[in-house]
Design a binder for this molecule. Structure first.
Ligand code: PLP
Length: 409
């Protein structure tokens, strides 16, 4: 998750609300905006709040994309995408997901965000319900609501590693349920949905005729030698699943704003209409960069994954040793989501104190849904020495809070 999304809420005072769209004005205020603002005014802040790789896009990718721009890749592309990128991506999807797709199944989008918003606009009628396991990436709710739909939360629990449980999904079903949304590897928890749970969720989706939107933008960032797994690979699931992918996280390309979606042609044909009217196409130079990224030696990006895994281990080991902290070793993405509720039940104002007293930015878990209260999200998107220092500061802070006694917020 990037800064602008986390900081997207409005400060409502003084607004002439009647002149504005209620669905925008009613977005909940976010503490992150306030924290980011305060952090910017301080020295020696270590920000573990930012959901983007600290690595730059590899120079060769940048040089080649700029070379293509100099050669004239500066025009609109077809709405579906640059034909050469589409071809390379179809091969990539075959290699990673095992799907033999045609061009009719694939669309290039402006970030994974562009795919999310286009999907909801394509499938939702007023009051249709979207089942979303929480805690979740906060941008989901506005995407659903702006398309006229309704979010129905499916709670998850620390005890189950924040993995969505099929029984909980079943409990949340209603005659209006239309879409089940999944995000694995997960932002904010780093959880990866295990294969047997994907099997059960696929069965549930088939039995209840649900569409599935599977946000897999962290697909490359899985650890301990795992292979990325997707619900779209289960029996008959590609007929009802749209997978959202992105170049942002796994290729260190957040600023190029390049993503994609693949799914059944009956749906993707309609989604293409939304893309055409919304953005015409994704930026041509960024599409060239994505094409060159796919043609790089995969080790260039694999080394980033190895570095994230080292950081994950450092952060997990440090948190695990701290008194009063419960934590799972994340299996993917670059987030860890420790439960600090034994120290204090809520972390909105304590996260601000952590910033002010120790100069470390973390995100209160409640920003991602009610099941996140008592937790904080830490992004290990800074180098190992900075992480080590951040862990010392967090430890010092937690000890102080524990000494003050249980603190309610
Ligand atoms: N989905 C999840 C779960 C995310 O965390 C993010 C960004 O943080 C996105 C989608 C959107 O990413 P982008 O639009 O940069 O591809």
């Amino acid at each position: 998750m990037s800064g602008p999304v986390e900081g997207s809420a409005s400060m409502n005072q003084g607004l002439e609300e009647h002149r504005l769209a209620q669905r925008v004005v009613s977005l909940e205020p976010s503490l992150i905006r306030e924290m980011t603002k305060r952090a910017a005014e301080m020295n020696e802040v270590i920000s573990l709040g930012i959901g983007e790789p600290d690595f730059h896009t590899p120079q060769e990718v940048v040089r080649k994309a700029l070379g293509d721009a100099l050669e004239g890749a500066t025009h609109y592309t077809p709405s579906r995408g640059d034909p050469e990128l589409l071809g390379a991506l179809l091969q990539w999807i075959r290699d990673r997901w095992g799907h033999s797709l045609g061009i009719q199944n694939l669309v290039i989008t402006v970030g994974g965000m562009g795919a999310l918003t286009a999907f909801f606009r394509t499938v939702l009628n007023p009051e249709d319900e979207v089942l979303i396991p929480e805690p979740h990436f906060p941008a989901y709710r506005p995407h659903v609501e702006w398309a006229g739909g309704r979010v129905v939360h499916v709670p998850t629990r620390f005890e189950e590693g924040f993995v969505v449980q099929p029984e909980e999904v079943e409990r949340a079903l209603s005659p209006k349920s239309k879409v089940l949304m999944l995000n694995s590897p997960n932002n904010p928890t780093g959880a990866v949905i295990p294969p047997e749970t994907l099997d059960a969720l696929a069965e549930l989706a088939r039995d209840h005729d649900l569409l599935v939107l599977s946000d897999e933008v962290y697909d490359r960032l899985v650890y301990d030698g795992q292979r990325h797994d997707s619900i779209s690979t289960r029996r008959e699931m590609l007929e009802r699943t749209v997978v959202v992918g992105s170049f942002s996280k796994g290729f260190a390309m957040t600023g190029w704003r390049l993503g994609f979606a693949f799914g059944p042609s009956w749906l993707m044909d309609q989604l293409l209409k939304v893309i055409t009217y919304e953005t015409s196409c994704a930026p041509s130079v960024s599409q060239r960069a994505a094409y060159h990224a796919l043609r790089q030696d995969p080790m260039v990006f694999q080394r980033m994954v190895q570095e994230f895994q080292r950081r994950r281990d450092l952060v997990y080991d440090a948190l695990h040793r701290m008194e009063g902290v419960r934590v799972h070793r994340p299996r993917g993405a670059f987030y860890i989501f420790p439960d600090l509720s034994h120290i204090a039940p809520r972390w909105e104002s304590l996260a601000l104190r952590l910033l002010e007293e120790e100069r470390v930015v973390v995100v209160p878990g409640s920003a991602f849904g009610p099941s996140g209260a008592g937790c904080v999200r830490i992004a290990y998107t800074v180098d190992l020495p900075a992480l080590k220092e951040a862990m010392l500061r967090i430890h010092r802070f937690l000890e102080r809070i524990r000494k003050e006694g249980r603190v309610g917020v």
